[in-house]
Design a protein. Sequence first.
Length: 326
Amino acid sequence: MRLHPQPSLALVSLVLPSLAAAVGFDCANVRVDGVHFDLSPLGGVHEIWHVEEFDDYILNTTWVLNICGILGKKSIRGDLRCGTSMNVCGFEEKIIHGEVEQVRKLPIAGLQPGGGGSKDPEITRLKKQDPDTEGVRVKLSGGEIHEPDSKKTRGKPASAVFEFQCDPDRTGLEGLVEEISDESRRRRRDEDNENDGDGKGDDKPNDDDRRSLRFKSFGPVDDKSYVLRMDWRTRYACENYVREHPKKSGGHWGFFTWLIIIVFLGAAAYLIFGSWLNYNRYGARGWDLLPHGDTIRDIPYILQDWIRRVVNTLQGPGARGGYSAV
């Protein structure tokens, strides 16, 4: 029978780019200029919001992000859906006389629904631009924002820029909001509104000190794209942290795990291929399908015989009459 590998190669050529785009950014292995950063402790879904006050309404934007993975169900809020494969998304709410009105979603970074787009990570070492600043800047793209009054079917590209700054005294999780209810979120937002002294929604100084992740800016750049900028103070942005705090290795267990998986997959592949071969060549059915089916059926008896031999060997020949050599 003649095999035609072209369809398989074509399938691989289609799948590999999708896999590469899906991987995109590995937060545990951020390498730039020979320096290794591990930002995985900052993973998980986090929330941060920004409040702006206008004459007749308040505009609250809640930013939901996960630099190490997708947002999943957290990308959905009410009637607004960003796409579960996104990494960064914003939700705008307009508050008029205490009434909350959802305005629009802001998909910033990640894969678009259906697997389209790419995060296209750009990584920059902060010391390269300022010798006195230690950390790393990460830019994630892939978002697309539709302006409210625009009639265009395609929106403008969007991206998020995170500036991870070295702070040995911070984990980076201080002040972050995770897994909170809508009621708690609204109460926390109202408290922030009451504490804004200048009417522009800026954080209080003590809030700045408490929060490691801070909103910096968001808006169009040269009327061509949107950029969200955030600063993130954390010990994991220090260049010596990975070297001074190596992860505990689980190499032995990992080796045996992979060995078991490889043996299992090899046995399964052998049985499946052998059964397929016996069916197509000899029209075998039932036990005859399996390669070496007779041997497999005799395994219980072979094992029983082996156990009997081991037991007899351990027990010895037993007592017997006559003399024994001294």
